[in-house]
Design a protein around this ligand. Structure first.
Ligand SMILES: Cc1cc2nc3c(=O)[nH]c(=O)nc-3n(C[C@H](O)[C@H](O)[C@H](O)COP(=O)(O)OP(=O)(O)OC[C@H]3O[C@@H](n4cnc5c(N)ncnc54)[C@H](O)[C@@H]3O)c2cc1C
Length: 401
């Protein structure tokens, strides 16, 4: 088995350019606004940041080349996205923030030529933002997508959609929505979901309140969205009717891994800040970094960073081969979401009072990475799925004996 972890020269060059752009241009802006993208100017700020990224030649590393991107596969995306994630504003600057980055990926794979022209092209170029509307208040879809309650029923010339969603990232100010709605079956049944595309100004789409979540780095908030007799034409169906859950997997596997890449960059920044601090701060007759219990935290951070990268590489390799990589992405996502939180938490601890203050970026990194243990599948749901596969395989092996 040949293993070669070196990057193609053009990818290495993009990694280096991204690192320079993020550190020189983006980090000072993040620090000036305490990582709060709304306070920094929201969409107006996003447009300025993205122009700067275009000028630096680092815009849209993920998007297909014909839509103005660099066309990177998953393995090549990983180091670029990690560099972008070093600043909380970096992913927005490069147009690789959630949910737009995942939506670009899904539209590139599933949309028809007309839909690509209408939705994918402006999204990939950063002319509009998008939202992916799946989660619903109880008793609707959450960890269990089969609880999907938003309904789409056939109407003259298309479909009529009714339902309520919440936690919809970027909904306020989005140019269009990808809506997951039930077209057959009942809540609780597997299957029967369809994805629809709808411009945000279509009558029947209403964006409600922003849920006041911990994080502050995503443009357009996490919102309630109401679909009230929303009428969409037949051409709004993304892919085929009743195959929505299947398509969600096309989006979710890679989207989980790109979250890992970005948040790993944020964790690495936290670790760098902490190591620099303990290398110079003195106490009890030595540098803090020479004390055993601090060294344990430094080493555990290094181990968590290396292990996250290794699991990510494995999952990206499977995805690049066209495999669903369901187990590998579940394993990498679960480990990474928890490891990244541990890294940032240890980094705060090593910096003492400064760690929880606004003088260092650690407190804001902590508030940003915590929700990752919940979205894209809570840790418990991934563990449940991983265990079910393992036990299922053991049962099959027993039957075959
Ligand atoms: C910041 C943020 C952004 C988001 N953005 C979007 C978005 O853009 N679009 C969108 O559609 N959704 C979005 N979501 C919603 C997210 O996908 C859901 O929060 C997630 O799927 C969990 O669903 P839930 O909140 O309904 O939790 P529930 O399904 O109610 O689960 C609650 C808890 O129960 C436990 N649990 C659940 N199932 C199991 C199980 N099988 N075994 C053991 N324990 C279990 C877990 O601990 C879980 O955290 C976002 C959420 C957040 C926090």
């Amino acid at each position: 088995m040949a293993i070669d972890l070196s990057l193609p020269p053009e990818v290495q060059a993009l990694v280096d350019r991204t690192r320079g752009f993020i550190r020189e241009h983006v980090l000072p802006l993040e620090d000036a606004h305490d990582g709060d993208i709304t306070a920094a100017g929201g969409d107006r700020f996003r447009v300025e940041l993205q122009q700067a990224a275009r000028d630096a030649g680092v815009f849209a590393p993920h998007a297909p080349v014909e839509y103005g991107g660099h066309g990177l596969g998953m393995c090549d995306r990983a180091p670029v996205f990690e560099e972008a994630g070093y600043s909380l504003f970096g992913p927005t600057a490069l147009n690789i923030a959630a949910p737009d980055e995942g939506n670009v990926h899904m539209l590139a794979h599933i949309a028809n030529p007309e839909q690509k022209q209408r939705y994918l092209a402006p999204l990939a170029h950063g002319e509009v933002r998008s939202a992916f509307a799946m989660t619903e208040p109880a008793p609707g879809a959450g960890s269990d997508p089969s609880a999907l309650a938003t309904r789409a029923v056939r109407a003259e010339g298309g479909w009529r959609i009714n339902g309520t969603k919440y936690f919809i990232t970027g909904a306020d100010g989005a140019g269009f929505f990808i809506i997951m709605a039930r077209t057959s079956g009942e809540p609780g049944q597997r299957g029967g979901a369809t994805m629809f595309l709808a411009p945000a100004d279509t009558p029947g789409i209403r964006v409600g309140r922003h849920l006041d979540t911990l994080d502050r780095s995503m443009v357009g908030g996490h919102c309630e969205v109401f679909f009230e007799d929303l009428l969409v034409p037949e051409s709004a169906v993304l892919g085929e009717v009743d195959r929505g859950f299947e398509y969600a997997q096309v989006r979710l596997g890679p989207a989980r891994m790109t979250h890992v890449m970005r948040w790993l960059g944020a964790a690495r920044r936290g670790h760098d800040v902490a190591v620099a601090h303990v290398a110079q701060r003195e106490g009890f007759g030595s540098r803090l970094g020479d004390l055993g219990m601090i060294q344990k935290m430094v080493a555990d951070n290094e181990i968590d960073i290396a292990a996250t990268r290794a699991l990510l590489t494995r999952a990206c390799w499977e995805l690049d081969r066209g495999e669903p990589a369901a187990n590998a992405t579940s394993i990498a996502k679960t480990f990474a979401a928890e490891a990244i939180f541990r890294i940032v938490d240890r980094s705060m601890q090593m910096c003492g009072g400064l760690g929880v203050s606004g003088d260092l970026p650690l407190a804001r990194l902590s508030r940003e990475v915590r929700p990752f243990r919940i979205y894209d599948g809570p840790s418990e749901v991934h563990r449940w799925a991983i265990a079910k596969r393992a036990v299922g395989a053991a049962k099959r092996a027993l039957r075959e004996q």
